[in-house]
Design a protein around this ligand. Structure first.
Ligand code: G6P
Length: 471
């Protein structure tokens, strides 16, 4: 029996062109977590290989290579990338679920393409599955897929995890296709979210849009009961906690130390995204420099921004604004010996990132909205013995578990300034105590535990439905 994990992207990145393609494994939390998941099922993955491939010959080559790793590609055309991925997924649903409804675009070609691509995934799954297999769908790009599969297979076991926030009814109701999307999700036997709030919003939205009532966390539709749950996703804790003792990471720590000298380092790591509050953070840091001149030439903000969705207008504009803001801070405060913001517009290797986490005095994680935020957890896990302070936005799902962080409202610049100052002054013993308490939580709630809990809840709902069907 097989477990098919289905997500918009496969856990590998394809690069290259015509005839010559190379694959690199992505280090994302989901990939490493599901790799370590112990299950009697043979694991397979279905998703887009991340770039547009035109020629059939190339598609066949890539498919053969991927299938040898139990990965099954769904190829998207340029127009589908534009309208389904950049369009409905990332210009309609993403801004809406992150409470940026002014960025939300409604275009019928987006919706058409979203339906078309969800159907493409449905067809790919239909080619592969056998009786007894399970299909675990990931995230907002594929919200219609559970319903499409349910129409074809009444007793297929379908699970869905929503990795981004689920907004309140007042926001979700704005979406013209709200009913279709919710009905699509309810095709699953088991639906889970990172936090209770997202789950509560989902339940009230279903009740008010579809006029059906939940009993606690379950709702009956015909002969099926759908269960929803809150399961916070974690990280591969040991991977990060053990990293600083590895020789390659030690070397990277030495190189990073040389770069920052004896300055205090404030670290910020994000994908380029307006939901991450990068501009608010920069303004907070600028205000800190203005009000605490004693820290000039003593503190550096290391800002890592990983390029993302750069064909979507709101992301391109944000990149320009960030470049300008950093330019303005550095232009104003830099001296011969010091550049306040050290800016990297690219990703880092796992070893280099672990080194930065290990040596950074502060992690400044201030999203305006974030489903979970794994950077906060990775930073805390990487601190094996070394002190450090996590400043974390209340608007990140991770804030529910990480109450020993300095929690701030990212819209309040004054709070960011105060938190930076408090973190810089915090006694080492208090830093260690806070870190240890957070480590106890995140080392228990790992990504493997998350996946195992999901599988358990999903199995229980599926078997309950089997019984109902047999009655
Ligand atoms: C978020 C989403 C994921 C997505 C990732 C990267 O974490 O929840 O579904 O894969 O961002 O975004 P991208 O658009 O590059 O896949």
């Amino acid at each position: 029996m097989k477990l098919y994990i289905v997500s918009n992207r496969l856990p590998v990145k394809i690069s290259g062109q015509k005839g010559e393609f190379t694959l690199s494994r992505s280090e994302g939390g989901l990939t490493t977590g599901l790799d370590s998941l112990q299950t009697p099922y043979e694991k397979h993955w279905i998703g887009w290989p991340g770039m547009c491939i035109q020629e059939n010959e190339d598609k066949n080559k890539v498919t053969a290579k991927l299938e040898s790793m139990n990965l099954h590609p769904v190829f998207l055309s340029e127009s589908q990338i534009e309208n389904y991925y950049e369009g409905y997924s990332n210009s309609t649903i993403w801004p809406l679920c992150h409470y940026f409804f002014v960025y939300t675009l409604y275009k019928s070609c987006f919706w058409q393409s979203y339906q078309e691509v969800n159907l493409l995934f449905c067809k790919k799954i239909s080619e592969l599955i056998q009786p007894g297999d399970k299909v675990w769908i990931q995230d907002y790009q594929l919200m219609l897929l559970p319903g499409m599969l349910r129409k074809r297979y009444s007793n297929l076991s379908i699970g869905y995890f929503h990795h981004i926030p689920f907004p309140s009814y007042e926001l979700f109701r704005i979406l013209p296709e709200r009913a279709e999307i919710l009905k699509g999700l309810l095709g699953a036997d088991f639906i889970a979210f990172h936090t209770h709030d997202y789950m509560r919003h989902f339940i009230s939205t279903v009740e008010r849009v579809l006029h059906i009532n939940f009993k606690l966390n379950e709702v009956q539709l015909g002969d099926r009961v759908i269960r929803v749950e809150a399961l916070p996703m974690g990280i591969n804790y040991n991977l990060y906690h053990d990293a600083p003792s590895k020789p390659e990471v030690r070397q990277a720590i030495d190189r990073t130390r040389k770069l920052f000298g004896n300055h205090k380092v404030i670290l910020s790591v994000d994908r380029l995204d307006y939901s991450k509050g990068i501009l608010h953070r920069l303004r907070g840091f600028a205000s800190f420099l203005e009000h605490y001149p004693q820290y000039h030439e003593r503190v550096t903000l290391a800002m890592v921004i990983v390029p993302s969705r750069d064909h979507v207008g709101s992301y391109t504009e944000l990149k320009t604004k960030i470049d300008e803001e950093i330019g303005s801070i550095n232009g104003h405060y830099s001296t011969i010996d010091w550049t306040p913001v050290c800016y990297f517009y690219h990703g880092f290797s796992f070893e280099e990132l672990s080194a930065m986490y290990y040596m950074a005095d502060i992690a400044l994680v201030t999203p305006l909205r974030d489903g979970m935020n794994l950077v906060a957890k990775e930073y805390v896990a990487s601190k094996c013995g070394n002190p450090g302070v996590l400043i974390l936005s209340e608007m990140a799902g991770a804030a529910v578990e990480m109450t020993d962080a300095l929690l701030i409202n990212p819209n309040d610049t004054e709070q960011i300034v105060q938190a930076i100052s408090k973190a810089l002054e915090m006694p080492i013993s208090e830093q260690q105590e806070r870190l240890q308490r957070m480590q106890a939580i995140i080392s228990a709630q790992t990504v493997n535990k998350w996946a195992t809990d999901f599988m358990r809840g999903w199995d229980e709902s599926f078997y309950k439905n089997e019984k109902l069907r047999k009655k």
